[in-house]
Ligand binder design. Structure first.
Ligand code: HPA
Length: 235
């Protein structure tokens, strides 16, 4: 039983799926987490793997970049493969001034400039929310000493477009960071009565371009976000 974009059979994919944007990152996560990663998808290079962590099944698959791509894969996982929860793991640009490069962000809601969720409920501006249970489990799994923020992010459709006043407005309203997938993923989870969460590492800051991560820092923060996401997936 393949779908147009996933060649796996039903049962090949675990009830919980980690989704980085980059399919090669999915491969790397699978190699890190699983003793025996099993390739379950390579259609369009969107690599997906299934394995076990502490005896519990887990899958990891790329989502691609942007809301349409992330929502397309999330829809097929929820609708055809019985997936119950998706945890997006990725990076974001920091927006609120108290958010620093290297911090962890648990996105409990996602504003957006996209129309993706707007047609869901007649005459309603959809509020894209994460699963509280997943968010709580993720928060509890953050290692001591790691800076963590729980709050809203923004999922933008443009990476490069600059809108005068927008970043400042988002910062004023306490928006922690910007990425490009969460809002549509949360809307899709709500559509199918499933759970979704986004766990992000702040890779740069829009209001403070000076901060950058060393290669070492990148790796350790990546491992932190991954551990948090796995804990939520198996909570
Ligand atoms: N936008 C801007 N900066 C970023 C993003 C983004 O989507 N992701 C990481 N840094």
């Amino acid at each position: 039983m393949a779908t147009p974009h996933i060649r796996a059979e039903k049962g090949d994919i675990a009830p919980a799926v980690l989704m980085p944007g980059d399919p090669l990152r999915a491969k790397r996560i699978a190699e890190l987490l699983f003793d025996e990663p099993r390739l379950i998808n390579d259609v369009r290079g969107m690599l997906g793997y299934t394995g076990e962590v502490d005896g519990k099944p887990l899958s990891v698959m790329g989502s691609g970049m942007g809301q349409p791509s992330a929502a397309l894969y999330a829809s097929e996982l929820f609708k055809f493969y019985g997936v119950e929860r998706i945890i997006r793991v990725g990076t974001c640009g920091g927006i609120a001034p108290h958010v620093k490069v290297g911090d962890t962000v648990i996105a409990i809601g996602a504003h957006t400039d996209s129309n993706f969720n707007q047609s869901r409920i007649p005459e309603i501006y959809f509020a894209a929310m994460a699963s509280f249970n997943l968010a709580r489990a993720a928060y509890e799994a953050v290692p001591e000493g790691q800076r963590v923020h729980v709050g809203p992010i923004v999922s933008r459709d443009h990476f490069y477009r600059v809108v005068p006043g927008q970043v400042e407005g988002l910062a004023k309203y306490g928006v922690l960071g910007v990425e490009m997938e969460a809002a549509a993923m949360y809307g899709t989870a709500a559509e199918y009565g499933k759970e979704a969460l986004t766990v992000l590492t702040v890779s740069d800051h829009l209001l403070d371009p000076s901060g950058d991560m060393s290669a070492e820092d990148r790796e350790s923060k990546f491992q932190t976000a991954l551990a948090v996401a796995v804990a939520a997936a198996h909570s």
